[in-house]
Design a protein around this ligand. Structure first.
Ligand code: TRP
Ligand code: SF4
Length: 331
């Protein structure tokens, strides 16, 4: 068995991933892929909790999300891609853990509340309300030590840790309590000034967007509204474009802020500079993506092989869990 500690993280397969996902989690995955044995989950069951009425989108999204992960530089020889619905042990653990979680704690989960409000649910399904339990099974089936995720996942991480502690306390040390890893930039604002970049908010720059599309989205960003003429002094601290420079063009950030304050740089030039910084980041991703787009069978094999490997680990964990719970009577 490998000596390395394990990472498990993943994404719902409800559509392609965007820059917010990249800075919030994917970047960390790439950085940590040598140091940890990494499992990247294509969370298609969790996708069903909100998109069960849209089966037409699901299969396509499994490939999109897999390619998003591969194209940003996750190496299929190092990481393991796992399709959630191919891992029966996740379903089994979900059922066992559901005994340890109160309905009220799920109802009070802030991320569940926000998402339910965004989707307009007034009568949540059992599956949606309970997805944090399933997410705990995602993380613990392989006894992950570390989970790189965005800030919105914090309540789910707390629940996972609580389930693990409760289980171990009741049945003996069996599961591993995972740590959460937040990125330095846990939340990327939308270029429209919205506090968050999101698919449903219509303000996302996708990792798979063509260069021209990215340029258009950047050029339409809202800026400091008090700047009418190019040489009006600006307020970069209230401008989302400057926040993007800070993340994607860090070397120029101070310069740009100074020039903006003096009225020495116009917003058009400032946005152009951002667009080219984003291009520099995204171009290598596009190249890798083009390869995988042309080799979909290879992507499928990566998912199937990865899921098979995960299954062996998950089945082993379920066996240990059943033994600990005194419901295992042998093969
Ligand atoms: N809930 C996560 C999201 O919306 C996706 C996810 C599913 C996940 N299972 C996971 C993240 C396990 C980390 C670990 O982005
Ligand atoms: Fe924003 Fe740049 Fe315009 Fe300043 S110059 S207001 S930072 S877009």
């Amino acid at each position: 068995m490998s000596e390395k500690k394990r990472i498990l993280t993943g994404d719902r397969t409800t559509g392609k991933l965007h820059l917010g996902h990249y800075v919030g989690s994917l970047q960390n995955r790439v950085r940590l892929q040598d140091e940890y044995e990494s499992f990247i989950l294509l969370a298609d069951i969790q996708a069903l909790t909100t998109h069960f009425e849209h089966p037409e989108l699901l299969e396509h999204s499994i490939y999109e999300v897999a390619m998003d992960n591969l194209s940003v530089g996750l190496d299929p020889n190092k990481i393991t891609l796992v399709q959630q619905s191919r891992i029966p042990s996740i379903g089994e653990l979900t059922v066992f853990y559901s005994m340890l979680v109160s309905v009220n704690s799920l109802r009070h989960n802030p991320t569940i509340k926000t998402e339910a409000a965004n989707y307009g649910y007034n009568d949540m399904t059992y599956g949606f309300l309970g997805y944090p339990v399933s997410q705990s099974a995602d993380i613990t089936f392989c006894k992950a030590n570390l989970v790189p995720v965005g800030e919105d996942q914090k309540p789910h991480m707390e629940m996972t840790r609580k389930i693990v502690r409760r289980f171990n306390e009741l049945y003996g040390e069996t599961l591993v309590e995972p740590d959460m890893m937040l990125s330095d930039c846990p939340r990327l604002m939308g270029l429209d000034g919205n506090a968050k970049m999101g698919k449903s908010l219509g303000n996302a720059i996708y990792l798979s967007d063509p260069a021209e599309e990215v340029r258009k989205k950047v050029m339409s960003a809202v800026t400091d509204a008090s700047r009418i003429k190019k040489d009006d002094p600006g307020h970069p601290d209230i401008c989302v474009v400057s926040k993007y420079h800070k993340v994607f063009n860090a070397g120029e950030y101070e310069n740009i802020c100074e020039s903006c304050k003096k009225g020495a740089i116009g917003c058009v030039a400032c946005k152009k500079a951002l667009a080219s910084a984003l291009s520099a980041l995204l171009e290598p991703f596009r190249e890798k993506r083009a390869y995988y787009e042309a080799h979909r069978d290879e992507v499928r094999d990566i998912i199937l092989t990865g899921s098979e490997k995960a299954n062996k680990i998950g089945n082993e964990t379920v066996k240990e869990v059943k033994e600990a719970m005194h419901i295992y009577i042998g093969d």
